[in-house]
Design a protein around this ligand. Structure first.
Ligand code: UDP
Length: 328
């Protein structure tokens, strides 16, 4: 299949792009490189462009002769969404509108959307199936939920097959250590914890230990990025011009912040200094996927089921790339 991957130079988008190429698809990234990295994309597979630039999107869809789109391009920092909601609404909602209209103009009628478990927000039901109540608690998560609805409405009115993928916490790196997570600034837990044994950070700050969880720290479901990529490949193959589907993508096992730190200590063989600080605004106490539907309907089989194996791939990447892709 010929697929345009918006945000295809980002952490998850580029992992999906490479996975698609490895499995014989014709995939090309469309990325502004504001957050993405040229080095994360194989040679000749990148179109530079902004997600709000409708004309450039039309040109890219035509150049690629795209049959489907995977849409990752988005602002993703929860904290930034609180302080600069205009940027998040403009990029995530405005950008998706540009993309949907470009797809209409060119006649591309299949789409995968990179949504998030954060749309479930404060939902107390653990693990979460796709019909769990959505109750987003940050501007970022609200933009993602709004986009889910925009896609449904466009599909209904103009004809479009879509699959919404709500993923939990993407983590890990390619097992050969070549590609991994590189956000600037970094705000994700596993890379930040690993900065301590790398000697780049004195200690990890734990954002609150008074949550209603067994050890008081937040619980998340850390899913290896290659297992996420596998889910995307299976989902796009199952998306026809009349599909309207949604899947959660996670391991089904939650890890607390404390357990993640312990896993990092085990993998690196080094003690990780820590300090408990205030809660971070917008953080739900626990988000864990129920991946039953993904397994039964798409035949998804995760390769990484132990958080230590996921952390080990991240550790290999960060050790060999202490400054990330070092392109900015
Ligand atoms: N977290 C933390 N210290 C940090 C970064 C993250 O305690 O320096 C916590 C955060 O509050 C959340 C979990 O780790 O409960 C995962 O955060 P991350 O930003 O990696 O992903 P999110 O769940 O926000 O998408």
């Amino acid at each position: 299949m010929r697929i345009l991957v918006t945000g295809g130079a980002g952490f998850v988008g580029s992992a999906c792009l490479r996975h698609l190429l490895e499995h014989g698809h014709e995939a090309v990234a469309y990325d502004s490189l504001v957050q993405g990295h040229r080095a994360a994309v194989p040679e000749g597979r990148l179109i530079e462009g902004d997600i709000n630039d409708g004309d450039a999107l039309v040109r890219a869809l035509k150049d690629v002769a795209a049959e489907a789109v995977m849409h990752f391009a988005a602002a993703t920092y929860v904290g930034e969404s609180v302080t600069d909601p205009d940027y998040h609404y403009g990029n995530n909602i405005g950008g998706t509108r540009s993309l949907l209209n470009a797809m209409r103009a060119v006649g591309v009628d299949r789409m995968l959307f990179s949504s998030t478990c954060a749309t479930y927000g404060m939902n107390p039901v653990i693990p979460m199936a796709e019909d769990a109540k959505q109750d987003p608690c940050s501007p970022y998560a609200r933009t993602k939920l709004a986009v889910e609805w925009m896609i449904r409405d466009f599909a209904h009115a103009y004809g479009l097959g879509f699959t919404l993928l709500r993923y939990f916490n993407a983590a890990g790196a390619s097992p050969d250590g070549r590609y991994g997570e590189d956000h600037k600034p970094e705000n994700h837990l596993i890379p930040l914890v690993l900065q301590v044994p790398l000697g780049q950070r004195e200690k990890i700050m734990i954002f609150g230990d008074d949550y209603p969880t067994p050890d008081g720290t937040c619980i998340r479901d850390y899913i290896h990025v290659d297992d996420l990529a596998q889910a995307h490949r299976l989902a796009i193959a199952a998306t026809t011009p009349s599909t309207a589907e949604v899947f959660n993508i996670g391991t089904g096992n939650g890890q607390s912040v404390m357990q993640v730190i312990e896993a990092c200590e085990t993998v690196t063989g080094k003690a990780v200094a820590r300090q408990v600080v205030e809660r971070r605004p917008g953080d739900p106490p626990a988000l864990v996927a129920d991946p039953t539907k993904l397994k039964s309907k798409l035949g998804w089989k995760p390769r990484y089921t132990d958080i230590r194996d996921t952390v080990a791939t991240a550790w290999k990447w960060h050790q060999s790339h202490p400054d990330g892709y070092a392109d900015r």
